[in-house]
Design a protein around this ligand. Structure first.
Ligand code: DQA
Length: 140
């Protein structure tokens, strides 16, 4: 089973950025834990700070992979292009946010992704990526 994890801008700074909101762990360390726990999954990880590169990656994996776990980060709130790309592809996308975006600034309550995603996991920390994986690998 092929699962892509796509992270948007500034998520390369997890473990260093606003630790009170996003925690102490880097995504590399969390990803190593996921790969170890779910050895049978063929994971592919992509992170970019550039909107168009995230669209390109969605198009690249979006007809071939079994599932996509995406945290579009700040582009969630601004990017019609990422929402359109998710609508265009056939692979299901689960939107993940580490923090509870509904308990923060008003602008974070808007998502261009949620309506196009299979579902959203919000505010449960890095655990949200694992919960998204469990859904994508066992949709019942
Ligand atoms: C985030 C929430 C976004 O509002 C923010 O811009 C991020 C991370 C989260 O995972 O909580 O960069 O997507």
């Amino acid at each position: 089973m092929k699962i892509a994890i796509i992270n948007g801008p500034n998520l390369n700074l997890l473990g260093k950025r606003e630790k009170g909101i996003y925690g102490n762990m880097s995504f590399e360390d969390y990803f190593a834990f996921l790969k170890e726990k779910y050895r049978h999954i063929d994971f592919h990880y992509f992170q970019s700070n550039i909107e168009g590169e995230l669209v390109n990656e969605l198009q690249r994996v979006g007809y071939e992979y079994d599932g996509i776990i995406m945290n579009p980060a700040a582009y969630t709130h601004t990017s019609v292009a990422i929402g359109d790309a998710i609508a265009a592809i056939t692979t299901p996308v689960v939107e993940v946010h580490i923090s509870n975006v509904h308990a923060r600034e008003e602008f974070r309550k808007i998502s261009h992704v949620s309506a196009k995603a299979a579902g959203s996991i919000i505010g449960l920390g890095l655990k949200g990526y694992e919960l998204a994986l469990l859904y994508l690998t066992d949709k019942g």
